[in-house]
Design a protein around this ligand. Structure first.
Ligand SMILES: [Zn+2]
Length: 155
């Protein structure tokens, strides 16, 4: 779906950026798992993929090329640290990583554990959710906290 160019320009500048706003530890979309060196790990409430998280840079930047060498290396190190923790906690068959930002242009990695019984195994996790009629998988709160704790204790 196209976006109004002026709206996009504002988002790129960080105006009304949901990741720059004060984000509650636990909100409708995700819950905070941990603070890392230059980023924050959040567990998505939609758990179609068990352990699906986003890793959000702690400041507004829209492209990896905006990061200096140290910050870029730290962001990558945070990503690898999280990946190891998720693998250890949940034993997925494959890890997927993507950094898109076409909806919220604030650097954030989608970290998606994949499992061989996944009906979209050979496809990106995010494509055509709405058109396929797939619905979000919501868990009881205690299960979110169990997954978050399992990841957190392995970081
Ligand atoms: Zn932002």
């Amino acid at each position: 779906m196209p976006i109004d160019p002026s709206r996009w320009a504002a988002l790129m500048r960080g105006e009304d950026c949901p990741f720059c706003a004060e984000i509650a530890d636990d909100n409708e979309y995700s819950l905070k798992v941990a603070d890392l060196t230059v980023s924050t790990l959040r567990l998505e409430k939609d758990q179609r993929f068990r352990g699906y998280c986003v890793l959000v840079l702690n400041r507004h930047a829209t492209e990896l090329t905006e990061l200096g060498d140290d910050e870029g290396a730290a962001f990558y190190a945070d990503l690898r640290r999280v990946a190891r923790a998720i693998q250890s906690a949940l034993h997925p068959d494959k890890m997927n990583y993507c950094l898109l930002g076409n909806t919220v242009p604030h650097l954030h990695w989608h970290i998606t554990p994949r499992y061989v019984d996944d009906p979209r195994w050979n496809e990106p996790h995010w494509a055509d959710w709405d058109r396929r009629g797939e619905v979000a998988v919501r868990l009881p709160d205690r299960q979110y906290h169990q997954i978050a704790a399992a990841i957190r204790e392995r970081l």
